[in-house]
Design a protein around this ligand. Structure first.
Ligand SMILES: Cc1cc2nc3c(=O)[nH]c(=O)nc-3n(C[C@H](O)[C@H](O)[C@H](O)COP(=O)(O)OP(=O)(O)OC[C@H]3O[C@@H](n4cnc5c(N)ncnc54)[C@H](O)[C@@H]3O)c2cc1C
Length: 414
């Protein structure tokens, strides 16, 4: 099978790159072995949240202080604003409607009730523009009886610390009560399957309207809308007060929806999404990668003019650590990581962990290096890249989206 571009990994970065290339008429295949880390995403994208331990309010300004090895520095800080706008538009094209600006972070609320800087947040999710100027006083936090994926006490406490008056209101409906017969069904993804229909939504709305009439804003866990935001829109019209959703613990319904919408859009553009297949090895000819072999296609290698490595970090097995070393398992490209194992981690959960910054080594154009030399037609994008830290710097999703678009530009500029 011969394509213009083959992408290894179908998470946020692989799909973004695939969509951008398919939109420009390329024949693209994405090899996607499994779920991506979008499952952990409660509905926000982060561009840059923290530098040198200081919270970032203006990501575009703070970019200038990043080290040379950071993916944003490699893309070119002067391109970030334009790429960020294009990323927002690409998400909107797929049906993911988000608000926010690269010029100024807003605050997303985690399921634990912590306010974190964010670039974009789903329009339906509760977010705060300015912590010194809260959007309202009284919040009704609707707590679904028996629901596993929202630590309501911590969430309410966090919101109170921010200055809100929070009323925790437990509720159920006949649909939810029926589901509770099997406690394992009380997860966000299961509820989303059962609360989609208009009559089930009406019963949720009836509960909210009878119990939360005093609130300025009603907050409901994000358990609606696995495949689109129609359910939220319907519920909003049925509830008498402004209604917003709050992120739940993973797996997140919002994250699953983003993944599904992007995959559908990529396929609609003619892209080939090889779901459940894995790249296992590559064939090189000098400084070029000529083909990859996948687990399912076996002796039918995927050939292409260009390849993109978007296989994610350790969680997705784009990088692997054993007792001896950290390596990239499919193509054997170079990795930026300490060789001394003792330096990989620091003791203490809240300590910065060095391994978060490890990733594949690339040149300034994000070509992968192999034995120190760039592979001319192989780029890396997203969380497999070295030099950034999604946890400490809050730059994970931004790096995924922006490196994907920058690499799509390089590929189509040839
Ligand atoms: C627990 C957790 C929490 C996070 N929280 C945040 C956050 O709060 N804010 C933020 O901005 N970012 C966060 N991130 C980071 C964010 O999720 C990522 O930056 C971004 O979504 C990564 O996208 P990606 O496509 O690069 O990688 P991934 O999402 O990891 O996707 C890689 C894909 O490649 C597939 N793959 C791997 N190997 C192969 C192979 N050989 N063949 C085919 N497919 C393969 C994997 O199955 C996976 O689907 C978090 C990440 C984790 C793990």
């Amino acid at each position: 099978m011969r394509m213009d571009t083959v992408i290894i990994g179908g998470g946020l970065s692989g799909l973004t790159c695939g969509i951008a290339l398919a939109k420009r008429g390329q024949r693209v295949a994405i090899v996607a072995s499994g779920q991506s880390t979008l499952m952990f995403n409660g509905g926000s994208m982060e561009l840059l949240g923290c530098v040198d331990g200081k919270t970032v309010t203006s990501p575009l300004q703070a970019m200038a202080t990043l080290p040379q090895g950071h993916p944003y520095s490699k893309i070119g800080v002067d391109r970030i604003a334009t790429l960020a706008e294009r990323a927002t538009q690409l998400l909107a094209d797929t049906g993911i409607s988000m608000t926010g600006s690269a010029a100024a972070n807003h605050w997303r609320i985690t399921p634990m009730g912590v306010a974190k800087p964010a670039w974009l947040t789903l329009s339906e999710n509760f977010s705060i523009q300015d912590l010194d100027n809260l959007p309202c006083k009284r919040l009704a936090l609707m707590c679904i009886r028996g629901f596993f994926d929202e630590p309501n006490g911590m969430l309410a406490h966090g919101l109170q610390q921010l200055g809100f008056e929070v009323d925790k209101i437990e509720f159920t409906t006949t649909d939810i009560t029926a589901l509770r017969r099997s406690p394992s069904e009380m997860r966000a993804s299961s509820l989303a399957k059962h609360l989609g229909g208009n009559s089930a939504l009406q019963r949720v709305a009836d509960q909210i309207n009878s119990l939360a009439s005093h609130a300025d804003i009603v907050l409901l866990p994000s358990v609606i809308g696995q495949s689109d935001d129609d359910g939220y829109r319907t519920l909003k019209t049925l509830v008498n007060k402004p209604l917003q959703l709050v992120a739940t613990l993973p797996p997140s319904v919002a994250g699953m929806r983003m993944q599904t919408l992007m995959r559908h859009y990529f396929r609609m553009l003619g892209g080939n999404y090889l779901m459940g297949d894995s790249a296992v090895s590559g064939t090189f000819d000098g400084d070029r990668l000529t083909a990859i072999t996948t687990a399912k296609l076996g002796d039918m290698p995927l050939k292409a003019d260009n390849f993109v490595l978007a296989a994610g970090s350790f969680v997705s097995r784009g990088l692997v650590a054993d007792y001896e070393r950290i390596y990239e398992p499919v193509l054997g490209v170079d990795v930026d990581a300490d060789t001394d194992r003792d330096r990989w981690t620091s003791f203490g959960v809240l300590q910065p962990q060095q391994y978060f910054r490890y990733g594949v080594a690339t040149d300034q154009q994000l070509h992968c290096l192999r034995q120190g030399k760039p592979v001319a037609n192989l780029h890396a994008i997203g969380s497999i890249l070295s030099g950034h830290d999604a946890v400490k710097m809050g730059d994970g999703t931004g790096v995924s989206l922006l490196t994907a678009l920058a690499v799509a530009d390089s590929i189509t500029a040839r």
